[in-house]
Ligand binder design. Structure first.
Ligand SMILES: [Zn+2]
Length: 378
């Protein structure tokens, strides 16, 4: 049956996804022995596909063919290892302007050799299909997908996509790496964001091996927070900015994913760890002072360590010949910042990881951003 012509939410898209996911869950434990397979490690049943051990597969999230499905049927890429091991999901392109995430997922998939892999990697490499093609952060129905998880089968088109992604991740994976970049003309030092409530997730974050770790639960409705609360060890990677490819951020991201996989026992290679003094449990924003809007020019580099009173940048008010300095209130490290642009009062310019919060005695510190700070997941 087709949905009525007026039903633009088109819930049958998800209806076609969900039963297959559930069937896949059941079938995953029903081991189908393949020739040459490791005993006890069979084909991976996912959606309506069967992926043999030691192979790669690519197929759409849903098989529907209708007007709405062009915004829904993003790719699923699977690398099913020849040997038994854990399952890792990797998501990218939830925000369509964050194209470095898509490139990282592509590099990871391309480089993985299933014969050398223990366990399974399931990638959703370009979730916001229309946004990636048009350079838009939001979905085709103008919603922010990363505030809609776990999604609804009878919701908006974006909510249906969220539900399909969420079921796939929580149904198949014990761990998740969600790939992003900075947003809205800002750029980030490579950073992992993770809750301190899940030791396994914090270990994943540390074994990403480069950049910094920022502790916090993440916004309600974000994939990493909702998946985490559903029992998945979930981290988010953020590096560089939107709209532009950054080769270094892509390299760091792809290397970091492989480092996490090595720590999980999925790859035979040396992993790296992020030192404890690169873990920040508090961050704050320096913003445009009241009535200080104008042309913004930063005067520090991303990743700089700054001291109280240090000038971070200057805002020139065209037409008034006045300038407003932007000063650091506390010492810390610039882990995110706005690029040169026109800014208005209150715009968040510099995200500072606070000095002193990086003395991290295991899991004993209280997590969370400074009160009043904006949600940071881009
Ligand atoms: Zn994002």
């Amino acid at each position: 049956m087709h949905a009525s012509k007026t039903d633009i939410r088109c819930p049958r898209l998800l209806a076609s996804i969900l039963p297959i996911v559930v069937a896949g869950l059941v079938a995953t434990v029903a081991l189908a022995e393949e020739p040459g397979a490791v005993p006890g490690w069979g084909a991976l049943q996912i959606l309506d596909h069967s992926v043999a051990p030691g192979s790669k597969s690519m197929f759409p999230l849903a098989e529907d063919r209708n007007f709405d499905s062009a915004f829904v049927n993003s790719s699923v890429w699977v690398v099913h290892g020849a040997q038994a091991g854990p399952s890792l999901c990797i998501t990218a392109g939830i925000h369509g302007d964050e194209i470095n995430s898509v490139e990282i997922a592509r590099r990871v998939f391309s480089a993985l050799e299933p014969e050398q892999l223990r366990g399974s990697v399931i990638l959703l490499p370009m979730i916001n299909l229309s946004g990636i093609r048009s350079g838009e952060r939001y979905m085709a129905d103008r919603r922010d997908l990363n505030r809609l998880f776990p999604g609804r089968r009878d919701g908006s088109l974006s909510s249906i996509v969220a539900r399909g992604v969420f079921e796939l991740v929580t149904g198949h994976c014990r761990a998740l790496i969600d790939l992003h970049t900075g947003s809205f003309a800002r750029t980030n030092v490579p950073q992992i964001r993770v809750t301190s409530e899940r030791p396994g997730a914090l270990d994943m974050a540390r074994h990403f091996g480069s950049g910094v770790v920022v502790l916090g639960e993440g916004p309600r409705g974000s994939l990493r927070r909702e998946a985490s609360e559903a029992g998945v060890d979930a981290i988010i990677y953020e590096a560089a900015g939107p709209h532009r490819f950054d080769a270094e951020a892509a390299r760091v991201g792809a290397d970091g994913v492989r480092s996490v996989m090595a720590w999980m026992g999925m790859l035979d290679q040396r992993g790296a760890t992020i030192p404890f003094n690169n873990i920040y449990r508090r961050t704050y924003w320096e913003r445009v002072p009241n009535s200080g809007g104008g042309f913004f020019f930063p005067e520090v580099e991303i990743g700089s360590r700054v001291k109280p009173g240090e000038r971070l940048g200057t805002i020139y008010a065209p037409g008034y010949d006045t300038e407003t300095p932007v000063l650091a209130r506390r010492s810390g490290t610039v882990i995110g910042m706005a690029v040169p642009q026109i800014v208005l009062t209150g715009y968040a310019l510099f995200n500072i990881g606070i000095e002193g919060s990086d003395l991290f005695p295991g899991l004993m510190l209280e997590p969370g951003p400074e009160p009043g700070a904006p949600e940071v997941d881009g």
